[in-house]
Write a protein that binds this ligand. Sequence first.
Ligand code: NDP
Length: 297
Amino acid sequence: MSSTAQSVTVIGLGPMGQAMAAAYLDRGYRVTLWNRTPSRADALVERGATLAETPEQAISANELVVLSLIDYDAMYGVLDRAKDAVTGRVFVNLSSDTPEKARAGARWVTELGGTHLTGGVLSPPPLIGTPDASTFYSGPRDAYDKHRAALEVITGTSDYRGEDPGLAALMYQLNMVIFWPAMIAYWQAVAVAAAHGITAAEIAPYAAENFAGMGHFIDFYAPRIDAGNHAGDVDRTSMGLASMEHVVHTAADAGVDTAFPEAVREIFRRVVDAGHGADSFSRAVEVMRKGASTTTV
Ligand code: NDP
């Protein structure tokens, strides 16, 4: 095992793992790799990385082991075959999953004698290795402090949230709750525009302006929500429901799928049906919280 801080193992070579390994090579690290599909390591090996034949060999090569897998179940599949090599290694698990899966994964690694840091990367592969990229971390503070410089090769900004291994996963998931539906909302607009012969590029500036303006709405509503203030002084849910009806019918008239706007309309309808039509649509937060027991998972 190398004892220098300038060597690292990366397991998982999707677009993220490849970008991470490349960032380490750029910074002069000695990099050991393992991936289920070995050919994904070819370009990195050409640049000087070492491809291990087994997960055990990869883990044995370095104290610091970065995992970039599809989810935590994949980690069990990989590490199960390398249990004897886990002791003394620090696993920085940048695979996304739920907070509960992260906690269980951290327990599993710890019981095998390793250390587990959870990470939630907020940036896409092209930003990996740059100062603009950022990652949430949680888990043992001493391990984070010891390896922080190496972690900040991957993303220049790191945001340590605390000892609970679930926290970084939670913060990551909160961002995904916003990111995926927001992008699907944009795809919906693009599909409706396309049905009218308008290109994605034509509406791009308006969409970007719309997203940029969201910060003002969040700044306005956040303190009111925390104070339990859902007064209908600037918006009313009944108005929102009428507006979402227009959105659904605009899509339907254009022959575009209405599943996404219908789901949003359903939220407005529930708030109105609960007797809050005259309140701000921020009242939906309370209605959604109470809806947890009816959610299908
Ligand atoms: P990919 O799905 O492209 O790659 C996943 C990796 O997991 C591959 O190396 C794949 O191996 C491996 N893998 C999947 N299933 C198994 C298994 N059963 N056993 C062993 N290995 C397995 O994902 P990305 O590289 O895009 O992302 C990696 C992680 O980073 C994900 O958790 C993702 O949510 C997160 N992330 C991704 C971002 C992005 O923009 N791409 C942004 C932020 C976070 P193989 O090559 O053999 O298929």
